[in-house]
Design a protein around this ligand. Sequence first.
Ligand code: F6P
Length: 540
Amino acid sequence: MPSSKVEDAWATLDAIARRPGAGSIRPHFAADPHRAARMTHRAGDILLDLSRTAIGPDALPALFALARATDVEGFRDAMAGGAAVNVTEGRAAQHMTLRMPSDATDAATARDLPAQTLARMRSFTDAVHDGTIRGATGERFTDVVNIGIGGSDLGPCMVARALWTPGCPMRAHYLANVDAHAWDALRHGLDPTRTLVLVASKTFTTQETMTNAALVRGWLAEALGEAGAATHLVALSTNLEGAAAFGIPPERVFGFSDTVGGRFSVWSAIGLSLALALGWPAFERFLAGGHAMDEHFLGAALEDNLPVLLALAEIWHVNGLGYPARAVLPYDERLSRFPAHLQQLEMESLGKAVHVDGSRVSRRTGPVVFGEPGTNAQHSFMQLIHQSPVPVPVDFILVANPDHAHPDSHRKLLANGLAQAEALLAGRSEQAVRAEMAAAGAARIAEVAPHRVFSGDRPSTVILLPRLDAFILGQLVALYEHKVACLGALWGINPFDQWGVELGKQLAAHILPALEGRSAAPDPTTAPLIAEIRRLQGLG
Ligand code: F6P
């Protein structure tokens, strides 16, 4: 239950948000010629431009007051200090310890396992790359398949897609869905004699991952025999016994602590596919980038703190202005899986209905997050973002310098990203539309003009990166992780558990025997569909 101090801070913010025109952005630019500079913040390699939001001179102090009332800094420091901030599971949230430099002296105990594991990951990676570790037939490993789902897939898959180039040491593939079409599509490009398989599961019980692991082990065994297959398997897990039961010996298990949540685990052993595919130096730079953002988050004042600022912009949009969704548009094809990573990071963390003490929330919590790379998004859902009645704030992620030699393409990409942000803000009035149509000699101006109006005054934030490399990507990923932690504190919810995924898992376990015809359908609402599926399968 929020304290009266917190409720007062919310009441102040609510009152500002209810004022007429509170959602307008353009008047802020008119009133303050220095707004763009004033609302632009930097940390490390990241520039964050919040000027195209409706956060004005009244809302901004009210947002910081809310951050102070909800003790965002206290929550941050408790998390960094190893307190059990994940209250429902009685666990700390120690993903930051995974990216501490090896000479760090603080939090030595927390770093113990990560440091040892990191050393083992490094020697394993080196041995695979130099051919000391080879496949059962003596071939060098050229491909790594990471079998995992959720946080055991999305983070590593996103980073591999962002950073892999043809000169990298190995190819990485990601198998997540229990739908075997995914495996069928993947396996045709793979040679079992050269394929290393990582079974990535924090719990080592996840149905999808264990089912796929059994399929892939069978594929290896067909080519290499059972003993040969075993030499191609590695486990990334906190569950050593589970890995052993699957036939993976302890020396092939890379562990991490259960204080690292799945969606925060790309920095842990779950990142082994990245070390193998991208090379150890790149993985190390990625960790260093995450750590650089940690230092900023832990040290910067609230007013300059990028994760805090991003979180407060979300509060303003979700709670102040009532916008229920946010789009993430990286204008970089290499970040094509970044929105998918954020979908889990943000929605699994913040889609909560109760406070940490179990009392029901009275305000909206995490918004729907979705996205696609620009410019593809422009030819897909941007119509709605420009013209639907409810604004959808956008995070534009722009990268100044590409790693290709086609500057013309890159300029067009950037021009489109900037144009979208400008169009959302500036809009186009009916008067302007009519004038434009008249100048073009268009017919049916009165009828068509209303359809071509853009209200404008729609919010977006711009994150600008100088280029995309491992160090900068590490900063970006950690920025959003810390934003999520701040929102947990601001909303008074636990951002580190995910009970909402459990019910479906339990029900699937009851439905499976009914689909197999071994039991009656457990629920009358599902029974007719099960019967129809079995009939279509020729079983009913
Ligand atoms: O979807 C629920 C979830 O528990 C996620 O939080 C997690 O990232 C994913 O499943 C995979 O879990 P595991 O790594 O234990 O297989």
